[in-house]
Every structure is written in C-alpha cells, then in structure tokens.
Design a protein around this ligand. Sequence first.
Ligand code: HEM
Length: 432
Amino acid sequence: MTAFLRVRHAVHIGLNAPDFFAKQRDQFGNTFFVQVPGLNRVLFTSEPEYVSDLFQFPSDVMSSSLPSPIQPLLGERSLILVQGDAHRDERRLLKPAFQGQCLIQYNRFIEDAIETSCKQLQSDPVAQTWMQDVTLDVILRAVFGEEEVSERAEFAAACRRLIGSYTALLLLFPNARFNAWGFSPWDRFLSAREVLDEQIYRVLDRSITRKSDSVVGRLMEEGAATDLHDPKVRRDWRDRLTTLLLAGFETTANTLAWTLYHLTQHPEWQDRIAVSLGRADSREALTRHAMKQPELDSFCKEVMRLHPVVPLVIRSVLSPVEWAGRSLSPGEYAGVATLNIHTDPTLYPDPMRFDPARFLDAKPKLHEYVPFGGGEKKCLGYGFALHEIKIVIATILTRFRIALTSPVYPKPRIQGLALMPKPEIRLTLSPR
Ligand code: HEM
C-alpha cells in the first residue's frame, strides 16, 4: 500500500504539485502526511504556528532533509544538503558574501546584464528563456566575477543542459537513475554534470590568483581555498559553486517570468510602477528608486505569494520531537506546504485573486508568507534575488510596455530545482 501511495503521490506531484497539495488540504485539513518518493513519509503543515516552531528547532532536532532528490544535481557537500555543524560552518563562510555592502556591489552586475539584454533583443522574447539568460548572466558575474567568465555563453549552456537533463523522472524516482551504455536519462545527466564540473574547475583554478568583487574573490581573500590540489577540497568547491549557480538562477528566472506574465495581465500596474520610476535620471537612481518603490514591492510580493517557485520546505527529524500535534521520530520528515499557507483564505481573503494592493498597506506576517523558507536554513540568496527581481523589472518597465503575443494561461510545472510557468509566455514589447 505504501509503495502504491508513494508512486501515486510522486506522479501527482510531478504533474502538478500545487494541485496535489491543495487537494490534500481539502481532504485532510492543514496538516497531513505525504509519501514523498525517496523519503519516508513527510508530515506537511500550513499552520503558521507550526511553521514558526519548525523554523525554530535547533539543528540537532531538525536539519536538512536527507536523502534528497536534488543531491545528484548539487553534490553531497552542498549547503542545501549538509546537516548540523557542517551546515553551520558552510553557512558562516558564505553568508557575508550575500549581505550588506556586498549585495549593493552586485547591483552593477544586475544592471549590466539586463541593460545589455534589452539592447540585444531581436524579436518577441519568451519570458522564461529571456529571464534565464539574464539571471544566468547575473549569477555568473556575481559568483565568478566579470573578467573571469569570458566564456559566459559556454557556461550558461552547460548550466541549462544540466538542469534540462535532470528531468522530473530522475528527480522523483530514484530507481530511474541507472546507466545504460550512455543512452539512459541518467547517463545524459551524468555527462551534462561532467561538462559543468570541468568548467567550474577551470575558472576556479584561474580565480585563485586574481582579486575580484565576486563571491569566489571574497572567499579566496578570506582564505577559504585551503588546498585546491586536494581532491576533497576541490569537490567541496564544486558542490559550493554548483549550488550557488543552480539555486541562484532558475528560481529567480522563474519568479521573473511569472512577474512579467502578471504585468501583462495588469497594464495599469505597469503604468503605476513605470511612472514613478521614470523620474530617475541615472541607472543608479533607478536602482535606488526600485528598491523602495511600494508598488513594485507589493507586485513582487503578490507574485511570490501565488507562485512560490520552491513550493515545499522539508526537514529531516534527527531527535524525537512533538510537532504539529504528532510525535515524530528520527528518520521521519517534517515539511511546510508553502502554497497552502499562501492560499489559505483565513490569511488571504479571496486567495486565488491576483491583487498586489493587498500588500500595499499591510506587511505579510513572518510565518504566513514564506517564499524563501525560514530559520537557520532560510534562502541564503533572498536579498540578492529581491534586488535582482526589482532591478530587472524596473529596467524593463521604464523602457517598454509589455503584452502577450497571444493569450496563454501558464501553470506551474517542475523543472530542475523549481516550478516553472508552462507553456511558454511570449511577449510583445513596445517602447515607452
Ligand atoms: C526568487 C528567487 C528564490 C527563491 C524563491 C528561493 C527560495 C529558496 C527556498 C524556499 C529555500 C529553502 C529554505 C529553507 O529550507 O528554509 C532556499 C534555499 C537556498 N537558496 Fe534560495 N531562492 C531564490 C533565490 C536564490 C538565489 C539568488 C541564491 C544564491 C545566489 C539562492 C541560494 C540558496 C541557498 C544556498 C539555499 C540553501 C540555504 C541553506 O540550506 O542554508 N537562492 N531558497
């Protein structure tokens, strides 16, 4: 029965995760067990009180979920996957590069990437691929530095190929990960993995001798590269950088694609945002305005409420614990069903209606709005992502009015690490 349930749940999650979780809630209420493939059963909740508890458990009670379906993609030393002290140490190492002054310095990379991309547009762009190009360019500049990645196009192609090769089948069914003389989906994934690894090692070896404002440059300055000839240290770096690249580009690209889609559906919001931003007389001024503009902020919040591209947060239970009215033992899992919280009518009246105005006067409460997860494992790049989303949208809206080339009703589908709107959203841009 359990095996049957596991397959049924896997297929339903693979086809339409938001629909699956909404149906579970309709049937069982806000807290329910799900048989997630590759894991034992997971107790999911969308009760803010339990979500708050989950995010506050110390790391010896709940930690990164293992085994993880994304381990083959990111590597076992990825910050997303390591537990306990290893997680604390890795997070401590990376965190300074994603806050304060460092974040502000990356704005230049974002401005350059979106400006160049707007100038080079030749025909009606597809929102998903356009935003992937931009966010890949941004994350490569931020992680490796501008001068280091002269072969950015090659790098971007390798990231895309890797994500594309890690299909929902490989993600959700560990049994599908087998070799077949180079012809199985798993073989194709491993070969894509190897190509990206080689590129990462090549740039890493060059970076060690150069100073730069990039994440790698900062970590090198702090002496994080103890001995890059040691295979274990090299492996750690590979997992660290793959994690930043992959976690950093797809999630943001998909959120941006949803944002562009909703802007096409609400031209009045395009004008509201553009008119106020249009007063900026330089790109630095535009960025400063974009960071503070309430309409843009509310619009982005509403997009991430209805489209949290990482729809679930899961933790492994490491010590016996009472949580969400149940006793959980080591080996079991606890999770947050993000979309169910974000569409709970007691928290968000008329929850399926897209209405940015709901955030104009009211800030969302901490555990009622969790697109970036929470606690010690809250998204490391959330500040970076918010800067990027606001600068990209501000740059587009001050240059163009955007519309759909033909009507489309995108739905969220699993691709790589995140939910992506499908089918493609093709845009018509007219200069303002
Ligand atoms: C809109 C864009 C993004 C969304 C919606 C998003 C969402 C998330 C979520 C839900 C988590 C899990 C949090 C938890 O377990 O509590 C996470 C973790 C993480 N994210 Fe993001 N993310 C985004 C962008 C980024 C960017 C730009 C980067 C890097 C530059 C990044 C790097 C990471 C890392 C390294 C973790 C693991 C943190 C840890 O385990 O300590 N993310 N993200």
